[in-house]
Design a protein around this ligand. Structure first.
Ligand SMILES: [Zn+2]
Length: 315
């Protein structure tokens, strides 16, 4: 846990990944004698917290925000010394929201990785400066960015698929295993100017899923491109949903959540204008109330993309 602001020996509660989450719910039922419902409730988290006393938790950022708001409404202090947001990229607005809801952690290092891949973790020292540098755990895995379908490394600054070679998986080796995630090749081997680590560093580790790339009037975009703009719009909850219905759409259709009282047509027009001018594509936006966009089955990630496009095997 060198990267995370948690003490050695701290108990960590992991709420990402269906298998881990189901395991946690199972233990909850065994110990407390009833099924937790809903799992994302602050009451459930507090109950677990009082029993196990975990000092650190690892969850998707949207889930952490929902939970933090519930703690606030209940007048309870969040029970964690350290909070690790993972599973999806963390925008600067999400980080600000986390900072306002969780007072105890000294930082919120975002984590990239999957069960197959090992981890790359945000440098807390760079995050304090408003930058998002990530360090690879090179003793555990090697990350590369390649052109999809070719295995050829993408040039510096190019987007491509993340492939991983994993050194510690005891079940099966993963050698240049395609993660189906899109990243920009922004690796540097220079030592980190903020913490001094000499591990391989990512300068721009913001990603999307390969399957979520979409085209509007010939322009290739990722959900992240939309998310950063939504993060700049006041009174959004940062939760949104893109509706993709063709491989080359004439306009982008999406829902954006707000905390404002609806309907508010002027606000809707402002959001549409902001998205259209920054993305340089036509946009149809529906502004919806907070809590309207559904969570994925398992309830630990929001459904950010509804993909109605005909099936396609490769890009
Ligand atoms: Zn660093």
């Amino acid at each position: 846990m060198d990267f995370a602001p948690a003490a050695k020996g701290s108990l960590i509660k992991i709420m990402t990944g269906v298998a881990r989450r189901v395991g946690l719910l199972h233990y909850h039922e065994e110990i407390f004698g009833y099924q937790a419902d809903p799992a994302a409730s602050a009451a459930f988290q507090l109950e677990l917290g009082e029993f196990y006393k975990p000092l650190c938790t690892f969850m998707a950022p949207e889930f952490l925000i929902t939970l933090g708001e519930q703690f606030k409404r209940m007048g309870k202090e969040n029970p964690y010394d350290a909070v690790l947001p993972g599973g999806t990229p963390l925008s600067s607005r999400l980080r600000q929201e986390l900072r306002s809801l969780y007072k105890k952690p000294r930082g919120f290092p975002n984590i990239i990785g999957a069960y197959e891949s090992g981890l790359s973790t945000e440098c807390l020292f760079s995050a304090e400066k408003g930058l998002d540098l990530f360090h690879d755990s090179e003793d555990l895995a090697v990350f590369e960015v390649v052109k999809p379908g070719t295995g050829q490394r993408a040039a510096f600054g190019e987007r491509g698929e993340l492939v991983v070679t994993n050194f510690f998986n005891h079940i099966a080796p993963f050698i240049r295993f395609g993660m189906e995630d899109v990243f920009e090749n922004s690796f540097t081997t220079e030592s980190c100017p903020y913490c001094g680590r000499t591990l391989k560093t990512w300068l721009k580790p913001i990603s999307g899923r390969l399957k979520d790339i979409f085209n509007v009037k010939g322009k290739e975009l990722m959900p992240w491109d939309v998310e950063v703009i939504i993060g700049d719009i006041p009174d959004t909850t940062l939760i949104y949903q893109l509706i993709l219905d063709s491989w080359d759409m004439e306009r982008l259709e999406l829902k954006v959540e707000t905390v404002r009282k609806l309907p508010d047509l002027q606000y809707q027009r402002e959001i549409k204008a902001t998205l259209e001018s920054r993305l340089e594509i036509p946009v149809d936006v529906e502004v919806v109330s907070a809590g309207t966009v559904p969570m994925a089955p398992g309830g630990y990630k929001v459904i950010k993309v509804v993909d109605k496009r005909p099936k396609k095997t490769s890009l």
